[in-house]
Structure formats: C-alpha cells, structure tokens
Design a protein around this ligand. Structure first.
Ligand SMILES: C[S@@+](CC[C@H](N)C(=O)[O-])C[C@H]1O[C@@H](n2cnc3c(N)ncnc32)[C@H](O)[C@@H]1O
Length: 291
C-alpha cells in the first residue's frame, strides 16, 4: 500500500485506468459497452481471466460494481506487475525514476537484455515490474511481445518525452487495486472459483480475421483453435452454473458458430495492431452475452 494516501488520492481512484499499453486494450470500447447496456448493475464477484491492460476492470471498479475482484492472466510478468503496483508502489516508482534518468537507446537494450543474459534470476519482483513499465513506455509502438523463448523482443521506439514515471496514473491504479486478487492462471481455472451471481468478462486473444492478421505474441504458447473451443466450453459451463458471462472476440465464422445459442452483439472497434494497413479502419467485433 502506498505510504502517503490522502483523501484526495482516494478520489483519484475514480480516474484509474490502464497503466500499460496492451494489444487489444478495451479502453476505446467502454463507451459503446455502456451505451448498449452490456454491463450488469452489480455482481457477486467480478472475474477477468484475460486481464491484459485491465480497461474493463478499472472502469467497473470505479463504481463499486462487485464485492470481490479477481484478475488473472497467463502472463506471469503481467501478474507480477499488477501485484507490485498494488503492494509496492513507492519502490516501483523509484526504480522508474532511475530508468528515466539513465534512459537512452543503449540503456533500453541493456534492460531489455535482462531476460537473455543470465541476470534474470537475480532481479526482484519490483525490478521486473519497473522494467516492464519502462520497456512498455519506451519501445516501438508501446507493445508487449515475446518470442518463442519468452524473451521480450520489441525494438526501441522514438519518443521525445516517453513519460516513463507517470506517478498519478500509477497511484490511482494502485489505489484501485487495493484488495483485488491478481493471479497467474490459465483461463479455465475460473471454473474452480466462480459461483452463481458472479460476473465474468472474457477478452481472449482473438480468432484471426485471416492468416496474416493474427497477433499471437502475448505469451510464448500462442492461442489457437483448440483454445477457442475450450473457452467456449468454459463459457457454457459458467452459463449453466448461473453466472453472467460477457465475451469479446472477432467477428468471424468461428466465433459465430461457437456461441450461436447466446446473444451475439456487434460493436465497431478501431484496431491499433493489424498486419495489413487496410485493416486499420473501424472493424466489427462481437460481444457475446448470456443474459
Ligand atoms: C486481448 S488481451 C486482453 C486485453 C485486455 N482486456 C485489455 O483491455 O487490455 C488477451 C490476454 O490474454 C492472455 N492470455 C493468453 N493466453 C491465455 C490463457 N490461456 N489463459 C489466460 N490468459 C491468457 C494474454 O497474456 C493477454 O494479456
């Protein structure tokens, strides 16, 4: 918990939002989700098993939506980051200040190299968390992508002022994360925890629109057809249990088929990452609801 929380800081929590840039971030869709009434009023517990940048979590958290919040992701570095920002904000900020002071192209590659030059095991959770924010703010396009060995492989970006520390944003996120559970888990583990009355929001890696448009670099394992089918089975089980379940995915035949007995809504999204540049305009994606 940050040492010097004041009442003003607590109000800041209402402005909390994602503190890292993540492919597939839902910030740009929240207005449509609200206007179309997709979110229930309240829930027992809130589960977000593909939390990524957490745009939906921060949005719902600001209105006291649930009695318990459980965020998870298969990426252990991302989970480490959330926990460090929740529990050790001051230490994360001082590490970031040190990165900011030393930042240069050469320094970027030095810090990026921690996961490939044998020093990884000697790094503390706070050092790894601050590294993740530092690389996210200074790398090309601000994205997190790893290669088949799990090593971060995005080159340095060119920014006049990369805004490495972003104190207020981190502070409001830290406040919003107090009391929130954050776990490194596979999405199917939600079945061990969710009960009737809970709300689950799934935002998985999307079914690709075509063979060249897929982004699979969130984690070294990737996410293929078998995982999409597995997820649809988990969705169905949660539905049968009496949970409310919301899922985002691409507007593709596979998704329409997998969820054909639920309510399928379409929304317009602007995709930041797309392999071909004609794909940069607004495209349709789906929101599947069981209520
Ligand atoms: C589309 S992103 C989520 C975007 C997020 N909702 C946001 O607003 O930024 C998908 C996330 O799924 C995670 N992921 C990939 N495979 C997974 C798995 N098998 N179980 C849980 N999470 C997984 C990735 O690490 C990534 O963070």
């Amino acid at each position: 918990m940050p040492a010097d929380l004041s009442t003003t800081d607590l109000h800041t929590a209402h402005a909390a939002g994602p503190f890292i840039k993540w492919v597939g971030g839902k910030g740009g869709l929240l207005e449509q989700f609200e206007a179309r009434g997709f979110f229930p009023e309240h829930a027992g517990a809130y589960f977000e098993p593909f939390v990524g940048g957490g745009a939906v979590f921060f949005h719902l958290r600001a209105r006291d939506f649930a009695s318990r919040y459980v965020l998870s992701d298969a990426n252990p570095e991302l989970v480490n980051l959330y926990r460090a920002v929740r529990d050790d904000l001051d230490a994360v900020v001082s590490q970031l200040e040190a990165h900011e002071e030393k930042h240069s192209e050469e320094y970027f590659y030095h810090v990026r190299g921690w996961d490939r030059n044998g020093v990884w095991a000697s790094k503390t959770p706070v050092e790894r968390a601050a590294r993740m924010i530092y690389l996210n703010r200074t790398c090309f396009n601000g994205l997190w992508r790893v290669n088949a060995s799990g090593q971060f492989n995005v080159p340095v970006g060119r920014y006049d002022n990369p805004h490495i520390v972003a104190r207020r944003r981190l502070l409001s996120a830290s406040i919003a994360l107090q009391g929130v559970e954050v776990e490194a888990r596979h999405f199917h583990d939600v079945l061990e925890h969710a009960v009737a009355g809970d709300f689950i929001y799934f935002d998985p890696p999307y079914v690709p629109l075509n063979k060249t448009s897929s982004f699979t670099g969130y984690a070294k394992e990737g996410f293929g057809e078998a995982e999409q089918e597995h997820l649809a089975r988990v969705y169905r089980q949660l539905d049968e249990r009496g949970c409310r379940v919301m899922l985002s995915n691409s507007y593709t035949d596979t998704v329409l088929r997998l969820y054909d007995d639920f309510h399928i809504h379409t929304v317009k999204a602007r995709r930041a990452i797309n392999a071909n540049s004609d794909g940069r305009g607004p495209i349709s994606e789906v929101v599947v609801l069981n209520y």
